[in-house]
Design a protein around this ligand. Structure first.
Ligand SMILES: NC(=O)c1ccc[n+]([C@@H]2O[C@H](COP(=O)([O-])OP(=O)(O)OC[C@H]3O[C@@H](n4cnc5c(N)ncnc54)[C@H](OP(=O)(O)O)[C@@H]3O)[C@@H](O)[C@H]2O)c1
Length: 325
């Protein structure tokens, strides 16, 4: 038997239960991974609360982990038993000692990258890759606004922006988070609990405003974010930490300066094995070169997944959080 976190109804952290399940055998094209570390992500909370519907209930939770391949289904060529691997996509169920998923979603880890680092950076790092390298294609010299700059995705974004020569203005909710984001390479920070974000962006950019705004907060920041863009700037709405953006009148893009908007997801970018290998390769290069260091600021036992989610939702975490089976 193997332990896994599951939920039979949507709701608060109390719906999460630790269950003993018989590990499934991998079907053709699948592998089974014995997880040594599991990544905690905000999207897990969206599934638990029902904002994103799970395909069926009871359901496992989580999509990010790292460990060792312990069984391989028919027809899988690129993985074998004993390989050290990581993954960030696929069916819900990574919050578990063992997880079965399509082999095409799994990549082999370079020897220099530990399983904890991998579990703390696959989903978040691949997300920063597509947001900065593909959704816009930052070249260096641009000014961007990044909300939640001291969080899991944000901490990686600050370092990646520094490596690209991009001026990242990060929003945060405390002086400690501001200091952390700046240590990670944010060009400037704005504490939105005591500063006016649009006015500060105007001052910092001498009225030019931002080329791109990366907004994962959603409902609470939508309009502020649009006001931080230059004419014809790009609004990238990629998350809902405060709730989903709804009821948008498309005319607002015209009123605020012929703006562009996109609502992307990792699955829309890492959608083929080739693209996943390319994106993971660039992420691993960033880690191996030391340009990117993943700050695992919180570790929780798997059984305490509910507490971990409460900390993430309650803005009490910084950097990445992992669960240990
Ligand atoms: N579309 C994609 O492909 C994709 C992929 C990965 C992640 N995401 C999104 O990226 C965001 C960051 O994910 P993460 O796992 O790294 O989380 P995180 O940034 O570590 O945590 C969320 C942070 O958001 C800020 N926040 C602002 N308003 C909030 C609210 N009402 N409730 C909770 N937090 C609020 C908090 O920072 P402050 O205290 O500084 O405000 C909080 O620490 C999430 O929205 C997630 O859904 C999207």
């Amino acid at each position: 038997m193997a332990k896994r976190i599951q939920f039979a109804r949507t709701g608060g952290p109390e719906v999460l239960e630790l269950a003993d399940v018989a590990p499934a055998e991998p079907a053709p094209g699948e592998v089974r991974v014995t997880n040594q570390a599991v990544g905690l992500n905000f999207i897990d909370i969206y599934f638990r609360t029902g904002l994103y519907p799970a395909p069926s209930l009871p359901s496992g939770l989580g999509t990010e982990g790292a460990g060792e391949v312990d069984a391989v289904g028919e027809g899988v060529a690129h993985l074998k038993v004993g390989d050290r691997v990581a993954y960030a996509q696929g069916p819900l169920g990574a919050y578990a000692e063992q997880h079965v998923l399509p082999a095409e979603k799994v990549v082999v880890l370079p020897a220099a990258i530990g399983v904890e680092t991998a579990a703390a950076s696959m989903l978040k790092g691949l997300t920063v890759h597509y947001l900065m390298r593909q959704t816009y294609g930052l070249k260096g010299g641009e000014t961007i606004l990044w909300h939640a700059a001291a969080g899991g995705v944000g901490s990686i974004a600050c370092q990646w922006a520094r490596a690209l020569g991009v001026k990242l203005i990060g929003t945060v909710s405390s002086a400690e988070k501001a200091a952390l984001a700046e240590r990670n390479g944010a060009w400037a920070t704005i504490d939105y609990t005591r500063e006016d974000v649009v006015e500060r962006v105007r001052e910092l950019t001498a009225g030019e405003m931002c080329d791109v705004v990366y907004d994962s907060v959603g409902k609470d920041t939508w309009e502020t974010s649009l006001d931080c863009l230059r004419k014809r700037g790009l609004m990238v709405s990629f998350g809902n930490a405060s709730g989903a953006v709804e009821g948008v009148n498309i005319g607002i893009l015209n009123q605020k300066g012929s703006l562009f908007v996109t609502r992307p997801s990792l699955n829309g970018y890492a959608d083929t094995r080739e693209r996943l290998e390319w994106m993971a390769g660039e992420l691993f290069d960033m880690l191996e070169s030391g340009k990117l260091t993943v700050d695992i600021a919180q570790r929780f036992p798997l059984a305490e997944a509910g507490e971990a989610q409460q900390a993430l939702q309650g803005r009490r975490t910084t950097g990445s959080t992992i669960l240990l089976p």
